[in-house]
Design a protein around this ligand. Sequence first.
Ligand SMILES: C[S@@+](CC[C@H](N)C(=O)[O-])C[C@H]1O[C@@H](n2cnc3c(N)ncnc32)[C@H](O)[C@@H]1O
Length: 301
Amino acid sequence: MDLASAQHAVLQLLGAVSTSDLAALLDWMRTTRDFDEFIHDNNDIILKNIAEDLRNCLPLETMLSSEQVAIQKIKQQPEPIIHIDAFLYDDDFIDSLCEKGRMSRNYCTVCGSHQTAPLRFISHSFSPLELKFIYQHVLPDLSGKVLVDVGSRLGPVLFVGYLYSSALQLHGVEMNQDFCQLQEMIIAKYKFMDRIKVHHADICTQASLLQNADVVIMNNVFEYFLDRSEQSRAWEYISHNVRKKGTLLVTVPSLKECLSNLQVAIHLNQWVEEVQLNYNIYAEKDIDREALEQIHLYKIV
Ligand SMILES: C[S@@+](CC[C@H](N)C(=O)[O-])C[C@H]1O[C@@H](n2cnc3c(N)ncnc32)[C@H](O)[C@@H]1O
């Protein structure tokens, strides 16, 4: 049934309800949770549509010529890496690309021989499942709260937060202008502007945003995009400005791992306490548990 016919059918149904029951029915329609299933299904469809819109604007590897530092860093890795964006491409999609010969999950270890090894895949975005895990199982109710995604790239943290949380404001800070434009395109198309704002900026200029945030999300923000000294400077800036007691900080990977190769004067136990997460939520489903286990939650002390 198309939209116009559905609207007509609903109005016809309402017209057929006895006058004495109409107010109660409308009240039920406004407050019932019986529609949740349809709303959530619809949110999944919206996310798939957003991913398709973004795929149509980007090359398969989802890297832009404007991010030379990241491209160079990936080239310098000792083993070949496939960069594929987990928000845009799910496993079924990758399988279909492999079947069409547009991608491979393996590489030849000795040129010309049949010896092959699995390629390492990395994603610069969270997958929809990881994001639902964060909003539905890691974070508390975000009504009235301000969330900041440091390095928002294509915006999935913001879009899933809009659809699956009650956060009052969702701020993305992204230093790459091309990615900011793509986020703005989606925000305008899906009318997310009442709660999402994207800032084209280096996070190290956004002190007040960080100081006022109730939740800060940091998914592998700096490692591939900044050199070591810039990473250290950025982490020190974050630790100086994310200070409000009780603020929640979600990181991938753990803070310990993020800081392990950097020279920084950050005393983790004086800044944060880790909140243990239950990664068994989807135990019965076919999910990438390793990816979920990279997600860590901290509370500012
Ligand atoms: C791994 S992506 C994270 C994507 C997104 N937050 C997600 O989880 O799906 C990291 C992004 O951070 C951006 N970035 C790196 N350093 C930054 C900085 N100092 N200020 C703002 N953005 C930065 C990069 O351009 C990149 O797009």
